[in-house]
Ligand binder design. Structure first.
Ligand code: CAA
Length: 382
């Protein structure tokens, strides 16, 4: 029996900021953002699309009625939780009409959370093969207006249904992981914006990748890799990590990984950083944009969450996996987004939900199936 990703859903808010517009507004050479950072656009979430709404929207497209009955574990991984106590998964469970006989919880470890969720899901399905697990990564990356990190913001959610004999990616049991207490990126409970030691965070990412990749040498053969995917806070970060291998692997292998890498960043370059979901958006981007991958090929995924935890794990593409993707719908979702002016983006960025217990109705500009309708007496209603 194999266990892994059976279906992948994706959602991103229906409005974006073009980074050339942002560069002009911030009086920066646009090539810094386009080439130096490697990003083109970033998704902008309005108040109606918090992580609960985005998580439900991402999962809605992949779940059949039977799936909703068979799910026994629901994990929402996020850095942008809506409650200090109650798991976002409970709101999502109700919105998606998932049965009550489940474990539902939220996982937090910066951008690594969904990888932890996926590993727990793997163990769960291995133990209970007749049940499925739904893992959703949903985040809004916020650094603040006119900060160094501003250009690396974004918003979106990726939902993965994990089952036995999966249709897309069978996961391998063994993986390599590392944790250490580090102050590269964090967000105090009282802050809506992340704080980052930007350059240090890049160094630590590369350091942990190098160490884990070396460790993997003795544990797992990497020669057969068709692709190596990265957590992509911005595409230049993944490119830098890949470049560390240039002198370590053959040119043929490097060129193959590089061409697959280019396909893996297509979606992320227009969505921006979605923290926990970024690695899985890279996976989706590769699968939906690369015509050269073959069934049964082996891919590696490098997950990094500041703070910091990193993990390298592997999977095999399943026969006819393309038949189980929603590439057309995802391209349409991205193509139909509305372009915001910098002034509109800044106005949305400054919006706040009331915190005094009064009732605030949220009127979505472009309604998705699931959205935050109001807050009242400090509670959210969808
Ligand atoms: N044309 C082309 N390139 C240009 C350019 C131009 N006109 N002007 C500048 N550049 C290049 C620079 O040379 C630099 O390239 P290298 O990184 O290859 O040296 C790049 O653009 C960035 O410019 P700066 O060095 O001036 O960096 P910055 O002060 O603008 O900050 C950043 C960049 C540190 C990434 C910042 O955006 C940031 O803090 N982001 C948030 C933190 C982050 O994402 N860290 C990633 C690792 S942590 C992680 O992965 C977890 C997570 O999701 C947060």
């Amino acid at each position: 029996m194999t266990v892994g990703i059976d279906k992948i859903g994706f959602y991103t808010p229906q409005q974006y900021l073009d980074l050339i517009d942002l560069a002009h507004a911030r009086q920066v050479d646009p090539n810094k953002y386009l080439i130096g950072i490697g990003q083109q656009q970033m998704a902008v979430a309005d108040l109606d699309q918090d992580i609960v709404a985005m998580a439900a929207n991402a999962a809605e497209e992949i779940l059949t009625t039977a799936d909703r009955q068979e799910i026994g574990l629901l994990i929402v991984a996020t850095e942008s939780g809506v409650d200090q106590s109650k798991a976002a998964a409970l709101f999502v469970q109700e919105l998606l009409h998932i049965n009550n006989n489940i474990r539902a919880l939220e996982i937090k470890e910066a951008c690594y959370g969904a990888t932890a969720g996926l590993q727990f899901a793997y163990d769960f399905v291995s133990l209970y093969p007749n049940q499925k697990a739904l893992v959703i990564a949903a985040d809004i990356a916020r650094y603040g207006l006119q900060t160094a990190g501003e250009v690396t913001q974004g918003a979106g959610a990726v939902a993965m249904l994990v089952s036995k004999n999966p249709h897309i990616l069978a996961l391998e049991k063994e993986s390599i992981y590392q944790s250490q207490n580090a102050g590269d990126f964090w967000r105090p409970n009282y802050s809506q914006q992340a704080l980052a030691r930007g350059k240090y965070s890049e160094e630590l990412y590369l350091q942990m990748f190098t160490q884990i990749y070396q460790q993997a040498d003795s544990v797992i053969s990497k020669e057969s890799l068709a692709a190596l995917l990265f957590h992509i806070p911005f595409s230049k970060m993944g490119r830098k990590a890949l470049q560390t291998l240039k002198t370590k692997i053959s040119d043929v292998d490097y060129q193959r990984l590089l061409s697959r890498f280019e396909k893996s960043i297509i979606y992320g370059q227009t969505v921006g950083n979605i923290y926990t979901g970024s690695l899985y958006l890279s996976l989706l981007s590769l699968l939906e944009n690369d015509d050269s991958l073959q069934d049964n090929e082996r891919i590696a995924l490098f997950s990094y969450g500041s703070g910091a935890v990193a993990e390298l794990f592997f999977g095999h593409l399943q026969p006819h996996y393309r038949d189980y993707l929603n590439a057309t719908e995802h391209r349409q979702l991205l193509d139909e987004r509305q372009r915001l002016s910098v002034a509109e983006y800044e106005a949305i960025f400054k919006k706040q939900l009331v915190t005094d217990g009064s009732c605030q109705l949220i009127i979505p500009v472009r309604a998705a199936q699931h959205y935050l309708k109001k807050v009242d007496q400090h509670e959210r209603f969808y």
